[in-house]
Design a protein around this ligand. Structure first.
Ligand code: SF4
Length: 281
């Protein structure tokens, strides 16, 4: 399947990041995928969305990458787990898309955010895109779980103005249960960003019965206070907007009956972060 054909079938810009997209790269050969991952000549993207005000400062263009090796129980975009669900997009095409919006993004104090999925599953593509976009004078941000942070050099990290780092929960056992992966690399990436003087926003998803106990929040808050460069902590209320995707993809969803947290619960969590001197929303 040629890239042009894929792009004809599905517009790069999605109506919403919650649009289910599958099998868009299913015609790509294994060797083409390997080459793309090695060189960054091509990325696999779920979609672009414009006008976001929640994925970094100002108004953002968000490129959602496909591919994630975590399996968070509350993931609202499980269609981004497989890279093969993403649309193959050349690096030049991706840069052109950002360039189209660069004046507006600057006027609205925004920029490009690379999110996912997990952007560092495609670290060469991410590094090349950030370098080019910085070269256009556009602010850059990356939302990541941090697990593959060591794939970027210090120099490459300088091309990212802001890292939105997801800290999902505390203790190795709970983290393994929630995400399927070890918490260690995420914490190490946070410490490295801190040492390098990079800016961070910490993102924490509040899930009743799963991440909301005060001790859990307290331990995360203590860890974050030890970091330099954290501008804010964002407490994101769990929601069910991605529930239909689990059903469509025939994946067992264990949070079927979990209700979103109340405003009071979110505020209580924010207060715990504020109590140790952090800026929390
Ligand atoms: S890290 Fe993000 S994309 Fe990956 S499974 Fe977790 S919530 Fe989903």
């Amino acid at each position: 399947m040629s890239e042009e054909k894929v792009l004809e079938q599905v517009p790069l810009e999605a109506a919403s990041p919650f649009e289910l997209r599958v099998n868009l790269a299913s015609g790509a050969s294994e060797s083409a995928v390997k080459r793309a991952l090695t060189t960054g000549d091509m990325g696999f993207l779920h979609s672009f969305t414009t006008g976001s005000t929640v994925d970094g400062p100002g108004v953002r263009l968000v490129a959602w990458t496909a591919g994630c090796h975590w399996r968070c129980l509350y993931c609202h975009n499980p269609d981004t787990w497989s890279m093969m669900n993403g649309m193959p997009v050349t690096i030049d095409h991706a840069i052109d898309e950002v360039a189209k919006y660069r004046h507006g993004l600057k006027i609205m104090s925004g920029g490009l955010t690379l999110s996912g999925g997990e952007p560092l599953m495609q670290d060469r593509f991410a590094a090349r895109l950030f370098t080019a976009v910085k070269g256009l004078g556009v602010h850059t941000a990356m939302e990541t779980n941090g697990h593959l942070g060591d794939r970027l050099t210090d120099r490459e990290l300088e091309q990212i103005d802001l890292v939105l780092l997801g800290v999902k929960t505390w203790t190795p056992q709970r983290h393994l249960h929630l995400t399927g992966k070890d918490i260690g690399p995420t914490l190490e990436f946070a410490r490295r960003l801190s040492r390098l003087g990079r800016k961070m926003w910490i993102r924490f998803v509040l899930v009743p019965g799963l991440t909301d106990d005060p001790e859990n929040i307290e331990q995360i808050a203590q860890f974050v206070t030890e970091l330099d460069g954290v501008e804010r902590v964002e407490v994101l209320p769990f929601h069910q907007m991605g529930r239909y995707k689990w059903k469509e993809l025939a994946i067992n969803y264990t949070l079927q009956d979990v209700q979103p947290p109340t405003n009071e619960m979110v505020e209580r969590a924010c207060e715990q972060f504020r109590a140790v001197g952090l800026n929390a929303f």
